[in-house]
Design a protein around this ligand. Sequence first.
Ligand SMILES: Cc1cc2nc3c(=O)[nH]c(=O)nc-3n(C[C@H](O)[C@H](O)[C@H](O)COP(=O)(O)OP(=O)(O)OC[C@H]3O[C@@H](n4cnc5c(N)ncnc54)[C@H](O)[C@@H]3O)c2cc1C
Length: 321
Amino acid sequence: METSTDTGTETLSDHLEDAYEVVVVGGGAAGLNGALMLARSRRTVVVLDAGEPRNAPADGVHGLLGHDGIKPAELLATGRGEVRRYGGHVVRAAVDAVHRDGDGSGAGFVVALADGRTVRARRILVATGLVDDLPDLPGLRERWGHDVVHCPYCHGWEVRDQAIGVLATGPMSVHQALLFRQLSDDVVYFTDDRDLAPGQAGQLAAVGVQVKEGRVTGLEAGGLRLADGALVAREAVVVAPRMRVRADFLAPLGLRPVEHPSGAGDHLPTDQAGQTPVPGVYAAGNVTDPSAQVGAAAAAGAWAGARINAELVMAAATVTS
Ligand SMILES: Cc1cc2nc3c(=O)[nH]c(=O)nc-3n(C[C@H](O)[C@H](O)[C@H](O)COP(=O)(O)OP(=O)(O)OC[C@H]3O[C@@H](n4cnc5c(N)ncnc54)[C@H](O)[C@@H]3O)c2cc1C
């Protein structure tokens, strides 16, 4: 029997039934909150989770009411315990593919795991998050989530009043510089040989962000190295990764990510209920909304879980003549 406690101490099990009403793919904030709603609605539900949440490198989760600063792993361990408390299963497993169920059992989908097992489901909740594709710059990757950051609401307070460098990496970079200026008087925008759009130089100047032209060749302990050899001293560096969703396993259903309107990466579009264009397949969290922080991802997962439950209730209540 699977057991767990709220303190993050878990007894792990990879027990899997042959079929569930709902299979949740991904056990971050979105997937676990979706499963919590479903388990509390007495649905049979399993969360299949590869165990690589996006914020794993971070020291703490910030801006989350009631949990500000909690370690990412501790929050998720607590969430797994809450799902299990209501009879939901949480299994460490990677999903390779989701197919339509062709055996006529009415179960809906067959989920194929990387370890060779399969499990059937009537509904799927995709909560697989995204991968941050970082700029390929020496010295950057190892500092990601510590003093190389992307989000003013996640770690802006932690770098307040520091000498901050914003590296131009994409369409969100000037916006980031403006937001981080709220947290420090000393913000330098590094163009990395990218052109500013019309009006952006004026915006940066208006709030006192300096602009440094030239290609950046690497990050060093003391700052950013430019192609001309100069080292510009900076304590923290802001980048905008390209956000790439983890959704290849949905290709057999014909479900593929599309570019997000922000230009920051791709996403799986859904309607307001979290329903994708494939009936019975829902999505929540960063896989559909790259800007969702932990609270928003959890809320979207909870909402999708509730919508799935309501859809199954209504399906059972449908009178066929
Ligand atoms: C460095 C950093 C720091 C951050 N700090 C904060 C912060 O302070 N506050 C805040 O609110 N937000 C923060 N965020 C944002 C936060 O990470 C996201 O809001 C949150 O992770 C989104 O939750 P999710 O459930 O959608 O995805 P995730 O948390 O990424 O969870 C997705 C899960 O799905 C699993 N998965 C993926 N593919 C498969 C598959 N095929 N089969 C099975 N499982 C799979 C993954 O392994 C992962 O466990 C930060 C992000 C980063 C990058």
